[in-house]
Design a protein around this ligand. Structure first.
Ligand code: IPE
Ligand code: IPE
Ligand code: MG
Length: 229
């Protein structure tokens, strides 16, 4: 593998295990989400320091959207509390924010926070933090198929990729999942075709910068063949 590929350009992060982390502490699930949110902010900083250009954080899946109302309200409250302030800090460091998923069904103020976060981002950023919110790969692909059908000309793979939420973003090189489960749970299924996968048993709030570094180190030793010999 060439030197330039030793650091993944795009890392996908499935931040799982907040609920179990809280349960172990006899606390409500929201306590775990709060700890997870703080860890995510720290990891975004670490990813940027390590030269990662895109970090996509799986924040809420289309399936999570049917969780109990109290849990969703708790998650929205965390966004209201942390989003604007931390996004400003990111801008100051020249970083951008992007959102993938169907945010139109979120509470209006949350939707606005996300839209503004994206809109006010610096134009050419060295690092982009991408929030996958009410994101599901199946609905993303279906949406792209519908858009493709509505076009007059037949489209090729590049044209199809431009209809995905991730248009213009390189495919993830590395996907990290914390929390012990070994599955994608509807995350970036099209884009992850050749991603390297890294699974950790650590519950997300405990997933340290050091462990993130170990995942990057592990990636740097992988041989990516892309179907070639
Ligand atoms: C991941 O943690 C965060 C979200 C899905 C919002 P979970 O909430 O799934 O935590 P566990 O898997 O129940 O421990
Ligand atoms: C995946 O975690 C979704 C996010 C981390 C946002 P889940 O906890 O929803 O996944 P499953 O249900 O274990 O597959
Ligand atoms: Mg989970």
């Amino acid at each position: 593998m060439g030197e330039s590929q030793r650091t993944p350009r795009h890392v996908g992060l499935i931040m799982d295990g907040n609920g179990r982390w809280a349960k172990k502490r006899l606390m409500p699930r929201g306590y775990g989400h709060n700890a997870g949110m703080n860890r995510m902010i720290g990891l975004a900083e670490r990813a940027k320091e390590r030269g990662v250009q895109y970090l996509t954080v799986y924040t809420l899946s289309t399936e999570n959207f049917s969780r109990p109302k109290e849990e969703l309200e708790g998650l929205y409250a965390l966004f209201r509390k942390y989003f604007a302030e931390n996004v400003k800090k990111l801008y100051k460091k020249g970083a951008a924010v992007k959102v993938i998923g169907d945010i139109s069904v979120l509470p209006q103020d949350i939707c606005q926070l996300l839209v503004d976060g994206e809109k006010n981002s610096p134009q050419s950023a060295e690092f982009t933090l991408i929030f996958a919110i009410n994101y599901g790969a199946r609905s993303e692909i279906l949406r792209a198929v519908r858009l493709a059908k509505a076009q007059k000309e037949e489209i090729d793979a590049d044209g199809f990729e431009r209809l995905l939420y991730t248009s213009g973003i390189p495919d993830p090189d590395l996907i990290i999942r914390t929390g012990g489960e070994k599955r994608l749970s509807n995350f970036l299924m099209y884009q992850a075709a050749y991603a390297e996968l890294y699974f950790s048993d650590t519950l997300f709030p405990d997933f340290s910068d050091g462990e993130f570094d170990r995942a990057l180190d592990d990636f740097s030793h992988r041989e990516r063949r892309f179907g070639n010999v």
